[in-house]
Design a binder for this molecule. Structure first.
Ligand code: MG
Length: 162
């Protein structure tokens, strides 16, 4: 184990948006005609956070931990996956110092749901709400995201020795 007492991690995810699917961000369903397509429930924020915390601890990534080829993860609740990833990080002797995330999509607006999403993340990662932040951005109608075809998420976290 390295002697570092803090470690940063970066996670990224993108999901196509499809009519009739729920739009989920960290387990919070946001009213929208389209939601994330995917093998699991498609929760891009939960997936990016998994990769941020696993990466910071050098414990692999979400695809290794929950292979999409494994039918066990079909329609999986991604917050369960995040809790599982966090359990592994915690077992390795880390706790989360903070997490900060950017959600990029043309629709829906994220701001009205910001604090309920923060609360959902902080419960899963066992940190106070002040240590989690998220913000929504649009792609200024540019590219696939700007045309409303996908949602993209960047998640960054800092781990400290538990
Ligand atoms: Mg994903």
């Amino acid at each position: 184990m390295s002697g570092n007492v803090i470690r940063s991690g970066l996670g990224y995810d993108i999901h196509r948006l499809k009519k009739g699917r729920p739009f989920l961000l960290a387990g919070v369903e946001i009213p929208s005609p389209k939601g994330e397509d995917g093998h699991s429930d498609g929760d891009a924020l939960a997936h990016a956070l998994c990769d941020a915390i696993l990466g910071a601890a050098a414990l692999g990534d979400i695809g290794e931990m929950y292979p999409p080829s494994d039918p066990a993860w079909k329609n999986a609740d991604s917050m369960q996956l995040l809790r599982g990833a966090f359990a592994r990080v915690k077992q390795a002797g880390w706790k989360i110092s903070n997490a900060d995330c950017v959600i990029i999509c043309e629709q829906p607006k994220i701001l009205p749901y910001r604090d309920v999403i923060r609360k959902s993340i902080c419960e899963a990662l066992e940190i106070p709400i002040e240590d989690v932040f998220i913000k929504g951005k649009t792609a200024e109608r540019l590219g696939s995201i700007g045309k409303g075809k996908a949602v993209e998420v960047f998640a960054q976290c800092l781990l400290v020795r538990g």
